[in-house]
Design a protein around this ligand. Structure first.
Ligand code: MRU
Length: 354
């Protein structure tokens, strides 16, 4: 990116978040110092995207420990605050995984907690680079030998992680290899992560993109205008069923019908091997006013309620492949996380003093 933006960073006494609710109109940061402010930022999607939520969860433990010291909380109050961070959003498993990774360090004290959270952040940066390389290699091996026409849904870019992005990390890598003709960015109703965030990120990186309505995606794919779709994930079950932003399933079905690959790009921290299949993935339902109004003006008749699931689940048979930091699994061919547990052992970044 040419604009100096870091989605999530630890300043030493605050979690600095790029406020994604005001992009692309304004580049503003939030300095989060307490648990209530972090929970609010997560719920409002000021920080969002599964890997970034993992880092937020990790530093949420740091904030809770610091606040407990500052305000004289007992252990129960501190633990309740940590639990509130963990439960701020339900679908992206990374949030709970980030908390669960750091929480066991609490008895060892603040320095140990902070070091573990920093390790989570560093691992995320490193994972994105490896995912980008593996995903780009795989797409190059599966797609025509020319610059590719790609489609993505929601935002799985640098704005959704601590690094360069997962799906958009793959796109960035392909672009560096002169292998991107254009990216169709689905606008991603109702909160417009595609048009507000993905289009901004790709434009900043000089990667050609066009925004299209979500409803256009199937037709664009079936008309032969797309070589492959690349998306992120919020939670991947052991059998490869994949939860991602609502509308991803439609993209996957269209890819299957058109015979083009759907590549999911995600770190192993997004794989929940405790969940056997997608039917057990909790799907967040968000407030109805996100879809009953447009630009602040109510569009639906008064008195009509909304159904507003934020995510859907793509069955494993429609996921051609999953690019992780340790390699690619060809999911629809049966190469699922439960079958390849050895790939799930990335070398963690260990803080030096631990
Ligand atoms: O509701 P959001 O914006 O947090 O949803 C984000 C997505 O669905 C992303 O595609 C997913 O988290 C992967 S981000 C690398």
């Amino acid at each position: 990116m040419t604009t100096d933006v870091r989605t999530i960073a630890w300043t030493g006494d605050a979690l600095r978040l790029l406020d994604q609710t005001v992009l692309p109109a304004r580049v503003e940061h939030l300095e989060v110092r307490d648990v209530d402010a972090l929970v609010d930022a997560i719920r409002r999607l000021a920080v969002r995207g599964a890997p970034a939520l993992g880092v937020a969860g990790a530093f949420g433990v740091v904030l809770a420990v610091r606040q407990a010291g500052r305000e004289g909380w007992d252990g129960a109050a501190r633990d309740a605050a940590i639990a509130r961070v963990r439960e701020a959003r339900p679908t992206a498993v990374n949030l709970a995984a980030g908390v669960d990774r750091v929480r066991p360090r609490v008895p060892a004290g603040l320095a140990a907690v902070e070091a573990e959270a920093r390790a989570v952040l560093a691992e995320g940066v490193r994972a994105d680079r490896a995912i980008g390389g593996h995903g780009a290699d795989w797409l190059e091996s599966r797609c025509p030998d020319r610059p590719l026409r790609l489609l993505t849904h929601c935002n799985a870019g640098a704005l959704a992680t601590a690094g360069r992005g997962t799906a958009l990390g793959v796109v960035r890598e392909l672009h560096a290899r002169n292998r991107v003709e254009v990216v169709y960015a689905d606008e991603t109703r109702p909160l417009l992560q595609g048009s507000r965030l993905t289009a901004w990120e790709l434009h900043e990186a000089g990667i050609p993109c066009v925004v299209q309505a979500d409803a256009a995606a199937a037709s664009t794919i079936m008309r032969g205008l797309v070589d492959a779709a690349v998306i992120g994930a919020d939670r991947i079950a052991a059998n490869g069923d994949t939860a991602n932003k609502i509308g991803s399933l439609g993209v996957a079905l269209a890819c299957a019908a058109a015979g083009i690959p759907l590549l999911v790009a995600a770190p192993w921290s997004t794989v929940d091997r405790a969940v056997p299949d997608g039917g057990r993935i909790p799907i967040e339902e968000r407030p109805g006013d996100e879809i009953l109004a447009f630009g602040g003006t109510r569009t639906a008749p008064d008195g009509v309620p909304a159904f507003n699931p934020a995510f859907d689940v793509t069955p494993a048979r429609f996921v051609t492949a999953l690019a992780t930091e340790t390699g690619v699994l060809e999911i629809s061919a049966g190469d699922t996380p439960e079958r390849r547990p050895q790939l799930a052992e990335p070398v963690p970044v260990r803080p030096a003093h631990l």
